[in-house]
Design a binder for this molecule. Sequence first.
Ligand code: TRP
Ligand code: ZN
Ligand code: CA
Length: 439
Amino acid sequence: MSLSVSRRLAAVTAFAVAGLFASTAPAAFATPTAQTAAPTPPDIPLANVKAHLAQFQTIANNNGGNRAHGRTGYKASIDYVKAKLDAAGYTTSLKTFTYNGSTGYNLIADWPGGDPDSVLMAGSHLDSVSSGAGINDNGSGSAAVLEIALAVSRAQLQPTKHLRFGWWGAEELGLVGSKNYVSSLSATERAKFAGYLNFDMIGSPNPGYFVYDDDPTIEQTFKNYFAGIGVPTEIETEGDGRSDHAPFKNAGIPVGGLFTGASNTKTSAQAQKWGGTAGQSFDRCYHSSCDTTANINDTALDRNSDAAAYAIWNLGASTPVPPGPSFENTADVNIPDSPGAAVTSPITVSGVAGNAPATTKVDVNIVHTYRGDLVIDLIAPDGTAYRLKNSSSSDSADNVVATYTVNASSEVANGVWKLQVKDVYSADTGYINSWKITF
Ligand code: TRP
Ligand code: ZN
Ligand code: CA
């Protein structure tokens, strides 16, 4: 379910069209010259994702209880996914490798169109361990990525970027398939990747909501989705480099991903904010025979599937990262002429989880007859001052109408923020007309 996110996206699109963020988007996701609005991401049907999981369970049941590398259940899983993609109009390719004396398979699916020099890829490992069916690990990521690929086809999406999807073999034996794929790419091919998104374990039965702390644009996109549905997230800490994004990251490709937890224990603080059971693993069936279709939290699977689609739609369309919530004060505050005291205009921020982003935006609108007179600071709730603008005896222009980007990542977002303005040269005067802070 997607809830309020599409409404927010409409507002975001207006910013994108105005090109306000053109100079601030990181290189890999730079705003294209011909900016088009990102289409609204779909609500990925949970029932469809679960139907794929039921098929993976049946495949395991019919093949000795697992879908592991070198076993018949793995190849049957690959055949299932490939048939769906072929029928939906994908260009698929099965890439083989050999490991432990067995043939391994990566499945790569390209959605025709988009810029071939700017590839956005999403992937997940399709193999299980040999002890079970691997429905959370990693039927969950595999089924979500498959259903998102099918949703791309249903929408006949034509994003700016070229979309590619991947299902990796032999992850459980040391990221073997994804390493094999990345090492098969030439330097030229690697340079075409705008990003790689990884989905490994996204339906854990006692779930946490973890976002990989990697490429900031990808990370922020996922965080914005979860902020939009009011679900707090944490940074993934159960082993950076323990899944298939690692070979991409090592090759210099921007990566990100989602995770609902494996064998680590949910703390009571985490149970407070996410529900579930404190003192218990996120997935008590991790790598064991009870990792069946009963080992899935539907809400987590639903939210993460929708978050993944949101990221692919937005990042694929090359829209800049959608801004988080904004807070504005439009009350006028007179700025006394020098030598007068500094004045402030407050904004109370609430409902924003965690710290402010490294790209906190401050829009300032000050009416003044000589803006060089003014020294402007942003004051964080704890009193830390961030200089936005210094005085300048030679800047005689009127008014300050500007957007400043502040790295406020060490500040808690909630609390009272202030815009502080001091006039340091006599004669000219003015007032704070309005200001706005965007997280
Ligand atoms: N990749 C691991 C597996 O398949 C699970 C895992 C552990 C993980 N820590 C992670 C996945 C962190 C993603 C991120 O068994
Ligand atoms: Zn695993
Ligand atoms: Ca003055």
